[in-house]
Design a protein around this ligand. Sequence first.
Ligand code: HEM
Length: 514
Amino acid sequence: MAILNLFFVYTSYSCILYCILVLGFRLLLHPLRKYPGPFAAKLSEAYGGFYALRKRLHLQTYENHLRYGPVLRQAPNRLIFNSVSALQAIYQNERVNKSYVYAVAQPEQHNTFITTNRAQHRPKRRLMSQVLSEQSMRSFEPIMVNQVLIFLRQLLQANSSPVNMTPMCRYLGLDVAGLLGFGYERNLQTDHAHRSLTDALTFGNYRTNQRLNTVLMDLLPNRLRTELRATIEKMILTRLAQPSEDKHDLLSVFSEAEQSDLDIKNMKKSAIWAEAILFFAAGGETIASTLAATFFYLSQNPECYQKLATEIRSTFSSGSEIRGGPRLSSCRYLRACIDEALRMSPPVPGTLWREAATDAKDKPLIIGVSIYSLHHNENYFPDSFQFQPERWLAKDNNNNNNNNNKAAHEAFVAFSMGSRVCAGKAMAYLETSLVLVMTFWYFDFEPSSSEGKEAGEQKNTAGGKGWRVGEFQMQDIFAAGHDGPELRFRPRGDFCCEELSRRGNGPADMLQLL
Ligand code: HEM
């Protein structure tokens, strides 16, 4: 017994001594010791984990940059930068890779987003680029438009009562993502039965973000994940029972690409489902965030709303003309509004961790730029908390706006940059543009309460410290979480009901909804 006691005493002392030595090293001898940052962050990754758990790590990082400057030590082995020069040096650098923390965050997924090995990443990325290319989008567009029409019918059905745009946009985004990824109609927009999918995705994002920011922490349970897996299995089996050429989706693009691309041919067929799952979080959730934020800012800024309404309603002469192509691309104010919403409330607000490509066995230095912080850096975006789509529009004459505009473009990083830039950028702009233009064509909208600005923000989560009036607040769970805005939609004249009933699934459906 005495020996056992002695063993425990020595073990406890050894542990305490070990902790003191590790913490002392991190504080006084570590190569990053001279970089400023919160005291707790210098000692442990738990600092980042704590704020990730509270879903406000992006806000904390922003506040820390204000306090400590453009280079910040956020964990013993991690630095965050807040400048365009650092952005380019990190993300456009062949010698810098995605950090190993991605693989730790989702060990079971080896898709385009997670894979850190360049050779393994290449064929996956080529496949994704093909399914998300402009040509592929042209084939997919009618399916997308059909989903947007369902979205519009839901707005009509609301009959001017308040609509919470977060769930509406999520159901739309996930239905479109499901159709492109799995060729499967999940019908979240119209059917309540499978909406737990959204909770499972939120939970998955939250868990991923935890692990990205502290590899120590994995406290969250797994039940929703199991449910998500069952749903996905059903989607895969249904799709596999159909000929691949029956749909325009990931499987059909894969089947065609493998004829001519040996690397893609060598990919296991099962590997494409890991890519399809990625469509939900990478494609569905991000688009929903962009839409919810843009609706929010337009409802809060009547001048911008008017300018955009005028642009859209003078560019098209009927709802059925609204399609991707030169006329949609000519809507420059529309693009400026989307970019400004992406800047102010980026759908991926956190820090995208990178590390030097090296064979060394030592723990690599992890570095990155926080998207939210850079997007609110006053050097690049003066009055950064104000919604000003004009900052994206270069003036023709030689005034300052052109210089500001260049700085803004260089610091705009909502889709990341370099070899791991978002593969779905073209789809993101097409889908968000179609939704906004078609909504403005058929409806007018306003915040749900007549009390104006603040009332419109009530359904706008996160809150607490860091809350700003006029900002659509994102929760940092990698692909952002949010709620609201609550808006009321009024049809623009009688033609709205007629046209919407004529298009898409036809009058029978429409009668059911009205
Ligand atoms: C507004 C909407 C979107 C935003 C803001 C966005 C943002 C991003 C960002 C920041 C990354 C880099 C992540 C990292 O390095 O950790 C990324 C990667 C990626 N995104 Fe998007 N995304 C959007 C829409 C989409 C869509 C619609 C798809 C397609 C379904 C998509 C597919 C991907 C893929 C496959 C990657 C991984 C690329 C790679 O590592 O090679 N994204 N996205």
